[in-house]
Design a protein around this ligand. Structure first.
Ligand SMILES: N[C@@H](CCC(=O)N[C@@H](CS)C(=O)NCC(=O)O)C(=O)O
Length: 583
């Protein structure tokens, strides 16, 4: 290994020259040099790209913002409806929702209409209060719906009791750490997601609470004698916890409850009382057992997240999914060649019996396209979007990849195979030398391009981790250096003065070094005067290569999704990501 081949770090500019493989001083190739002002390899991250390409990223950001807005403002398909802010005291409506669908909240079905407000005032206080339930707590409907979802992880619903002709419903909840009593059937609902259950020791805690829900029409019906009177132990008194601000209806039970009176704030409205019904907590049994939890609130939180936290995670997860879908949709495929390639496509748009199905950004297509141009074979160029996989493409190539070639009623695919097919037509300029040994030499180095250069090109482009980018860059440089050692000493092409098979095999990626790897990964320009520089210049200026090349902007755009390694960019990108060979 050449000692000049130093790993590149983002803090150190590239060595000005890249030496060649041992023993080839006459092939004085130098792959590249670092130019002051350009970025070192591997220093480009998405943020840098955003700075460099504000026009693209502004668009992306705007669409992302729209996606987020939609996810928080129009998110009704999970049965949760967003509400406007709840009044002046709650200022964080971002995830505020009303649980309407019994499936949406753990308590739904038992208690509906829960709000999911991430950070209501005095949350810690209320979480502890509702955890310990040392005294009976009375909450207005709004308060209950706001705070209970923050502690519903502590409890699991056991039963609901409805009373005939009584204006309230009682819901009994056990501390979740009690565990499921033996014999409790698991849900047989086939739609219910099967969760991984952690076997917990049973009866870790005895706390039971009763939540009594007083129904809205209470006072009217009560007055009209429609219901039996409320049991005395459930009649809430109240005192104010916080300085009263206007009509703020917050309270817990007065230690000496105002038995017999429904507080005026709750009259005619739904409200809730919460009391512990084990031990001598709020149940008044006074049996000497404190009856509190045998663990902390933090331990309950470790066992399960509350509904608000779960909802926030769900919304965030949905946003992430949506971002990924959005960015997948933002794949900017150019569906039309630009610049010289557009002119060539137009010239070759007339119907003929030899059709090249191609895509303007695709380097594999460009191989075949250059070959057709070089040979002067009459052909029809048909631009297609390989990601949409039109039938015409699939009829020829069931893998759905371009290039695909149709000749009369026969079709074939795979860029290297197609180049050889065109060669075998024996028309126009030759791609291979006549000498079988030299032909084998060309095939050997074409194989090197396909095995080493092309996969490494995509690895450099797709890798997001800086250390790995550095390693990939080194491998790509090594692969190019090896090819240069095999090239004709003065060239400028691989076999000498004429462009041939190996040049055309590698040309599309050589063009994309400056157009794609340079802006996205800081790939250096060739060192002036080097063998590599003369080869690159010959490829760049070749009339057939130029005729099939679009403007720089098309490549910059088309490869952005690779550079960001967006999910499902292409079969090539997926193969690279999963360590498979190219498709
Ligand atoms: N090995 C194939 C590779 C062709 C290829 O990957 N083409 C890409 C466009 S550059 C394609 O059609 N992608 C469609 C997809 O990923 O679904 C060849 O040499 O022709």
């Amino acid at each position: 290994m050449d000692s000049n081949l130093q790993p590149v770090s983002s803090t150190r500019p590239l060595a000005p020259t890249i030496g060649l493989v041992d023993g080839s001083p006459n092939l004085a190739g130098q792959l590249g040099s670092f130019h002051p002002g350009s970025q070192p390899f591997a220093s480009f991250r998405n943020i840098d790209q955003a700075v460099q390409r504000p026009h693209l990223h502004n668009t992306a950001r705007t669409q992302e913002a729209i996606a987020l807005e939609n996810s928080t403002h129009n998110n009704s398909n999970d049965g949760i409806t967003l509400l406007p802010p709840v009044g002046p005291s709650f200022q964080q409506p971002s995830y505020e929702v009303l649980v309407q669908d019994p499936v949406a909240g753990s308590f739904a079905g038992q208690l509906q209409g829960m709000k999911l407000i991430p950070d209501p005032p005095n949350l810690d206080y209320w979480r502890h209060r509702l955890f310990h339930v040392d005294e009976m707590i009375t909450l207005s409907e709004d308060e209950f719906q706001t705070y209970f979802p923050h502690v519903d992880n502590v409890y699991s619903h056991r039963s609901t009791q409805r009373y005939k002709r009584r204006p309230f419903v009682s819901h009994y909840w056990d501390c979740r750490l009690k565990g499921r009593p033996p014999g409790t059937p698991k849900s047989d609902d086939p739609n219910k997601k099967k969760r991984k259950r952690t076997a917990r020791e049973r009866d870790l805690c005895d706390v039971k609470i009763k939540i009594t829900e007083y129904l809205p029409a209470t006072s009217e019906l009560d007055k009209a004698g429609g219901f039996e009177s409320l049991p005395a132990d459930l009649m809430p008194g109240r005192h104010t916890l916080f300085p009263v601000q206007g009509d703020q209806s917050f309270g817990i039970i007065n230690p000496t409850p105002n038995i017999g009176a429904i507080p005026s704030e709750t009259s005619g409205r739904r409200y809730y009382t919460i009391q512990r019904v084990n031990g001598n907590g709020a149940n008044g049994k006074n049996d000497g057992v404190s009856g509190g939890h045998r663990h902390t609130l933090e331990e309950s939180d470790r066992v399960k997240k509350n509904s608000v936290e779960r909802h926030i995670l769900k919304v965030k997860g949905k946003k992430k999914d949506m971002d990924q879908t959005m960015s997948a949709q933002q794949k900017s495929y150019h569906t039309k060649a630009t610049g010289p390639a557009a002119a060539t496509a137009l010239i070759h748009s007339a119907e003929t019996n030899l059709k090249l199905y191609g895509s303007c950004f695709c380097p594999f297509v460009q191989r075949v396209w250059i070959s057709l141009e070089l040979k002067g074979i009459p052909y029809q160029y048909i631009e297609i979007n390989p990601y949409e996989k039109p039938k015409a493409l699939l009829d020829i190539n069931p893998r759905g990849l371009v290039p695909a070639l149709q000749h009369d009623n026969w079709g074939c695919y795979e860029s290297s195979v197609l180049m050889e097919y065109l060669e075998d037509l024996d028309f126009g300029a030759r791609l291979f030398p006549a000498d079988p040994k030299q032909r084998a030499h060309c095939r050997l180095w074409a194989d090197h391009i396909n095995r080493n250069i092309i996969p490494n090109f995509y690895r450099v482009l797709q890798e997001q981790e800086q250390q790995k980018q550095i390693a990939n860059v080194q491998e790509l440089r090594d692969a190019f250096n090896l090819l240069i050692t095999a090239a004709h000493p003065s060239g400028p092409y691989f076999m000498g003065s004429q462009i041939s098979f190996v040049d055309i095999q590698v040309a599309p990626w050589v063009l994309r070094l400056r157009r794609v790897l340079k802006p996205y990964r800081g790939w250096p320009d060739p060192e002036e005067g080097s063998r590599w520089a003369s080869w690159v210049a010959a490829i760049e200026s070749n009339e057939h290569v130029r005729a099939t090349t679009s403007t720089d902007e098309l490549y910059l755009d088309s490869y952005e999704r690779y550079a960001e390694n967006r999910p499902n960019t292409s079969q090539v990108a997926n193969a690279i990501n999963s360590g498979r060979g190219l498709p």
